[in-house]
Design a protein around this ligand. Structure first.
Ligand code: ZN
Length: 427
């Protein structure tokens, strides 16, 4: 992707330029300091609490003390692609169009991954910031997000997953692993995320970018509870990189795409509602198709079992199907298409006739045969997708601006992160 002229732009040691732009009805005033936004994938607030209380995140504790920390609502379904798209556009799924990791494409007539930028219906804040003169970069742990968020962006974008094979020479980065100083660890590890965080720091330290989005993987959160030693070590690793952002005088914002909860019974076995089996018993095989929108290439994380599914009703009455599902233990919410659009801010052309959300301790699946629980390994199922994983932390390195004082008490959202980082921040 080497483009004439970009070499000079990326190699310059110019100070970040103040920049202003409008996007989707929101105003952005990018400060003349580096800006770093981090999406800690699967970061339920408890992970920060446990790590900070044990002294494992001193930089983050300092950041929150000087700046601001609160809980915010993400977008539903509480999945990765949906919320990364929201954070990077500043709008809900009804506007940006990403309604899951996976959906039944009415045009293609089949279920497809929603990883491609062509499914994103609106401009990103990243592309707008670049047009306004900022040197944007995107680092992800999972490669799927690099492709989704790269819409109209001509900038260094790379993932830990595909670091070795990404050519960024056109942006002054001949070797992204050399930039970070070590090879990227495998994607099924916490190390992939820590590497992505360090890549963000290296971009600032080498003056290769001044508007950076870093988005991680929830491998650790899927596998370990917030007080597990593995989780605490992981958060300590993230914290060290956050310290490097602060050392570069960056305006730092941190949020999450979704939380994470155990979906197990008292003995640790997975609690799963097999939604398509329930519907086949009541309405006949093939009457309904269930699409698990959590499905993505990272099956070891969750076995495609999350807290949200789409139900497509082929024969029979949608209301009757809804009524049947409302009586099932483990199901918390059932909405028809129009209600889901209005109440859950979903794009009505990319969801099922019904959307179904689980409760705190149940995951939703299709049929026993459709999911390979063996892929989860030896650890209890932890997953996300429902209301219970919608609430996430948001932290900024700066105090809340005067004009944002009422925000925290009026349904604050995770996708307010960039607008908040670009609002009256001190130069
Ligand atoms: Zn995620």
């Amino acid at each position: 992707m080497a483009v004439g002229g970009y070499n000079r732009l990326w190699m310059t040691d110019q100070a970040p330029r103040e920049a202003r732009f409008e996007l989707h009805g929101r105003s952005y005033h990018v400060p003349s300091r580096p800006v770093v936004a981090v999406c800690i994938d699967g970061c339920a607030d408890e992970y920060l609490d446990h790590a900070i209380q044990r002294g494992r995140m001193p930089q983050t504790a300092r950041l929150a003390e000087r700046g601001f920390r609160t809980l915010v609502r993400g977008a539903l379904p509480s999945f990765t692609n949906v919320n990364n798209a929201s954070i990077c556009t500043g709008v809900p799924p009804s506007v940006h169009g990403i309604a899951g990791n996976f959906f039944l494409d009415p045009e293609a007539g089949e279920a497809v991954m929603m990883n491609d930028a062509r499914y994103l219906r609106v401009d990103t804040i990243l592309a707008a910031a670049q047009r306004a003169g900022r040197r944007v970069a995107v680092v992800s742990a999972k490669d799927k997000l690099r492709t989704l968020l790269g819409k109209d962006l001509d900038a260094p974008m790379f993932s830990a997953e595909k670091a070795a094979e990404t050519d960024l020479a056109g942006y002054g980065i001949p070797d992204c692993e050399a930039l970070v100083g070590r090879p990227a660890p495998p994607i099924y590890s916490g190390g992939a995320s820590i590497w992505a965080m360090e890549a963000g720091a290296a971009l600032l330290e080498h003056d290769l970018a001044d508007f950076v989005y870093v988005t991680l993987s929830d491998y650790v959160q899927h596998k370990h509870a917030p007080d597990a030693p593995e989780a605490l070590d992981f958060y300590a690793g993230l914290d060290a990189a956050i310290g490097r952002y602060l050392a570069r005088n960056a305006v730092v914002g941190i949020t999450a795409d979704h939380g994470m909860n155990a979906k197990t019974d008292a003995t640790g076995r997975p609690n799963v509602v097999w939604v398509e089996e329930v519907l086949a018993e009541s309405f006949g095989a093939g009457a309904c198709t269930v699409v698990c929108t959590i499905t993505d290439p990272y099956v070891v994380h969750h076995g495609a079992l999350g807290g949200f599914v789409n139900v497509h009703v082929h024969t029979g009455d949608v209301e009757e199907v809804a009524a049947r599902l409302r009586g099932v233990e483990g199901i918390l919410e059932v909405w028809d298409r129009e209600a889901a659009g209005a109440k859950l801010e979903l794009p009505t052309d990319r969801i099922g006739d019904l959307v179904v959300l689980g409760d705190r301790s149940h995951a939703l699946g299709r049929t026993r045969e459709a999911h390979d629980l063996g892929k989860l390994g030896d650890v209890p199922l932890r997953s996300h997708g429902s209301r219970y994983e919608e609430l996430v932390p948001l932290l900024t390195s700066e105090p809340l601006p005067e004009s944002w004082r009422g925000w925290a008490n009026a349904d604050p959202r995770s996708f307010d992160l960039f607008p908040l980082l670009c609002a009256e921040v001190k130069a």
